[in-house]
Ligand binder design. Structure first.
Ligand SMILES: O=C(O)CCC(=O)C1=CC=C[C@@H](O)[C@@H]1C(=O)O
Ligand SMILES: [Mg+2]
Length: 331
């Protein structure tokens, strides 16, 4: 895709709208999610790299958004996606309320080690989920926060307590540690699968994790990987099962994830695209909704009245538009 020919900057700026939407519960340290939306011939797209990301990293997300707005999506293999509930690192007393917003689900992803608390806080949250939803499969996302030994000990404890553990997502930070953890788990007879997230989406070479035999499952996020096509290529080359997950977007960004999930030749895991319910509102009056654990696959129209409701303050909108101009030049 030759970006300057396909999508002139003036056109992106012409439809660009910047929103700021509150989160119901702190997630990833955030209480507000900012996003820039623009419209191309195929529909609306979202550009929402986290504000601390460098221009180089944010430009990758921009390529993804331009591709989604300006190019037809690849052929779809399914029109509904199974979705997991996502539980932020809340106290055990909050679990019921937060998970209540997800309706029915078969899988819960629980955030762990978010605030650097000790393992007992994670265990209390996990145990509360199991108590409330004994049939749900559990995946834990540590964002690389454990040591190999901590991840190993936690796996032991969870298996001893018969927690239905589906996988650990990025339990440790580096590819070397992921590979080491997999070896240690096997050596200890612990059947726990490892999913790689940051080791793919933040790596210069997304295949490095595969070559190091460091993961059983890939977490694919369309925006940080540079778009649906790029993510599909990684999945094909890796030849590992994939889980598509959100980057905490509005319905517009989630619809790009849903199209990626729908285009994968095989999809056996629930996907982490149910995060709209973590936000206080959305940019569409017909947002992508998870019903009984299933998300429909379609593009999303944006409503002017919603853009007005969530319009970011002028100085934040200016910041995003300047960022857009800088990142566009990097494409
Ligand atoms: O996968 C999910 O269930 C929801 C998405 C999710 O967890 C994330 C979205 C955005 C930022 C990340 O810190 C986080 C993740 O690490 O997967
Ligand atoms: Mg993750």
């Amino acid at each position: 895709m030759n970006v300057s020919q396909v999508a002139p900057l003036s056109e992106l700026l012409g439809s660009a709208a910047v929103v700021s939407i509150g989160l119901r519960t702190r997630f990833r340290g955030l209480l507000e999610r900012e996003a820039l939306l623009f419209k191309g011939p195929e529909g609306w797209a979202e550009w929402s790299p986290f504000t601390e990301y460098s221009d180089e990293e944010a430009a990758v997300w921009l390529r993804a958004a331009i591709e989604f707005a300006y190019q037809p999506t690849p052929a779809l293999q399914r029109n509904q996606i199974g979705i997991n509930a996502t539980l932020p690192a809340v106290g055990p007393d909050q679990v019921e309320k937060v998970l209540g917003r997800f309706g029915r689900f078969a899988t819960v992803k629980i955030k762990v080690v978010e605030h650097g608390e000790d393992l007992s806080a994670d265990l209390a949250r996990i145990n509360r989920v199991v108590e409330l939803f004994p049939d749900a499969k559990i995946r834990l996302d540590a964002n690389g926060g454990y040591t190999v030994l901590e991840a190993l000990n936690l796996s032991k404890t969870l298996l001893e307590n018969k927690v239905p553990l589906e996988y650990l997502e990025q339990p440790v930070a580096s590819i070397g540690e992921l590979a080491q953890l997999r070896v240690e788990l096997k050596r200890n007879g612990l059947e726990v699968q490892i999913a790689a997230d940051e080791s793919i989406r933040k790596a210069t070479d997304p295949m490095a994790v595969v070559h190091a035999s460091a993961a059983d499952i890939l977490v694919l996020k369309a925006a940080p990987l540079g778009g649906i096509r790029q993510a599909l290529e990684i999945a094909a080359e890796a030849a590992l099962p994939a889980v598509v997950s959100s980057a905490l977007e509005t319905s517009v960004g989630l619809s790009m994830g849903a199209h990626l999930a729908a285009a994968l030749p095989e999809l056996t895991f629930d996907c982490g695209l149910g995060t709209a319910s973590l936000l206080i509102g959305d940019v569409s009056s017909s947002p992508l909704k998870v019903i009984d654990g299933q998300l429909e696959v379609r593009r999303v129209e944006v409503d002017q009245s919603r853009l007005d409701t969530f319009r970011a303050e002028d100085h934040r909108a200016d910041w995003w538009l300047e960022r857009l101009e800088r990142c566009y030049k990097l494409l």
